[in-house]
Design a protein around this ligand. Sequence first.
Ligand code: INI
Length: 156
Amino acid sequence: MYHIKTIEGLMEAKGLKIAIIATRFNDFVVNPLIGGAVDYLVRHGANRDDLTIIRIPGAFEMPIIAQKVANSKKYDGILALGAVIRGATPHFDFVASEATKGLAHVALASGVPVGFGLLTTDNIEQAIERAGSKAGNKGVESAAALLETLRVMAQL
Ligand code: INI
């Protein structure tokens, strides 16, 4: 077989400074996302002193806060944790789409990777399932993806 150069990232958090931006909106789901993410990062070598949790009002505010955090150059990566849960009006679609677009824009414009731990669900049950029960914990998954991305980026 041909040897193919492959770049991969280990989920190793030692020495990384990570800002966790977490919404207060729907905090009953967001708090377990934070707990899962912090537990995962610490178990993968992060120093608690290198983690900063920034509480913000809602998902709509995520991009502006992420932009400020990224431009501060104090953090290697950003983890955005929140939950947008569909209601009876189109509000959900605007908040979810602006948060998603804005976070992607911040990551690309700044070069600071953003872990996307924003739940977008049709109902409360789906959100609870993704915050540490039936469907895993999106805080953990997005923390893992952030570590892997950071470790791949360091080799490029
Ligand atoms: N913010 C959320 O984080 N999740 C939601 O489900 C949500 N809904 O459904 O309204 C939500 N709205 C608040 C929004 O993010 C802003 O904080 C608010 O509009 C003030 O700017």
